[in-house]
Ligand binder design. Structure first.
Ligand code: SF4
Length: 383
């Protein structure tokens, strides 16, 4: 995978924390909203702005569509007339949009520092090493690699090359069924929690049939015998937001808010999910709250920007954030109004900034893994 920034080739992971080239407007500029409106109007149909559900309100207000990463990538693919896709989300999402859109469309990430700590927990070299470990244990030939959407393009390409597939938090069960129809084992990365929760709670696989592969230990910290006995080999990765919700927080909120229903994302730890009432993707969480009867009480375990937005949109419900010690996704939050204004105004001036371009061969194999997911029955109708 490569990334080109104003003619300079660089690795996005080393770009984190680097300021945008050129003048970034100060956050205190009182004309930012007006400037964003004017730049968007000047670009007209040439620009299509995508806003992930976890983005700030100040950014979401300018999004043409909102959604989770998969829905947004598909929405982008459905707008071939848009010359510029401005992705208000994180790096792996912009890569997926680049893979699924036409070659002439340019995908822009307003701040290159907007990465994903979970996606960074599975690097290509580490995954290739893990595959060698599986081969040495004699099980690579019966293992299907499955990567969560929240992974870099080169990891998706690895899956494409090795007969594997991509999944989202909404379709992980169907994807695992597909994988187990083709192999005896699944190597699931980067999120161990989504893999475990789906395998155990939706597929009936035993906890004792899941092992955790630690890329920082020799052989993943597992013996060949453990790999041979396992059905699910879970990568030791997690979301730095969802992974922080604790079982104690569920107990505390139940004591604090009698009658509360606890609704969490499957990236939460298994012990948290076991104590919750409902588990589902971001889209499932939104739909559950939209359908909830007036007066019902909810504690939600997902990103704080979304929970606040749901609480504001549904004043007839009592909505609380599950855990007081969990905060916003720091990398998602890097996309703010100054960066959005800066990107749009550069596009108006004819400067394409922060374009995300997946190297063609990587994109081709990553597309194969995405296409296998899209070809699953019923998948096109899903968010
Ligand atoms: S919420 Fe978690 S998975 Fe999503 S971008 Fe942030 S760190 Fe990555």
């Amino acid at each position: 995978m490569s990334l080109f920034v104003l003619g300079r080739q660089s690795d996005p992971r080393s770009e984190r924390g680097v300021e945008c080239p050129g003048d970034l407007p100060p956050a205190s500029d009182p004309t930012l909203v007006e400037r964003a409106r004017a730049a968007k109007a000047a670009l007209g149909d040439r620009v299509f702005i995508l806003g992930h559900h976890y983005q700030r309100d100040e950014v979401i207000q300018f999004a043409d569509v909102t959604g989770d990463s998969f829905k947004l990538a598909r929405d982008a693919a459905g707008r071939p007339e848009a010359e510029f896709i401005v992705f208000c989300g994180v790096h792996f999402m912009a890569e997926s949009a680049d893979i699924l859109t036409a070659p002439e469309q340019k995908v822009i990430l307003p701040d290159l520092g907007a990465g994903c700590s979970m996606a960074d927990m599975a690097r290509l070299g580490q995954v290739e090493d893990a595959w060698d470990v599986l081969a040495d244990a004699g099980v690579a030939g019966v293992t299907v690699p499955v990567t969560y959407m929240n992974s870099s393009a080169d990891i998706k390409a690895f899956c494409g090359k090795h007969g594997g597939v991509v999944c989202t938090s909404s379709n992980a069960k169907s994807v695992l069924q597909w994988a187990f129809a083709r192999g005896e084992k699944v190597l699931f990365f980067p999120d161990q929690h989504l893999g475990r929760n789906t395998a155990v709670l939706q597929m009936g696989i035993g906890l004792d049939e899941c092992v955790v592969y630690d890329p920082h230990q020799v052989g993943g910290g597992l013996t060949p015998g453990q790999l041979q006995a396992a059905k699910m080999v879970l990568w030791k990765g997690h979301c730095s937001v969802h992974g922080r919700f604790t079982p104690q927080a569920v107990d505390d909120v139940r004591a604090r808010v009698p009658g509360v229903q606890v609704l969490v994302h499957p990236e939460c730890q298994h012990e948290v999910v076991l104590k919750s009432d409902l588990i589902g993707s971001t889209e499932f969480i939104i739909q559950t709250i939209q359908k909830a009867p007036a007066g019902s009480k909810w504690a939600i375990g997902t990103e704080l920007n979304l929970v606040k937005r749901l609480a504001n949109a549904h004043p007839d419900l009592e909505i609380v954030f599950l855990e007081e010690h969990v905060c916003y996704c720091a990398t998602m939050n890097r996309i703010d109004l100054p960066h959005l204004v800066w990107s749009l105004e550069n596009l108006v001036a004819g400067h394409v900034v922060n374009q995300i371009q997946v190297e063609p061969e990587t994109g081709r194999f990553a597309h194969q893994a995405l296409q296998r997911m899209l070809d699953l029955p019923g998948e096109t109708a899903k968010d």
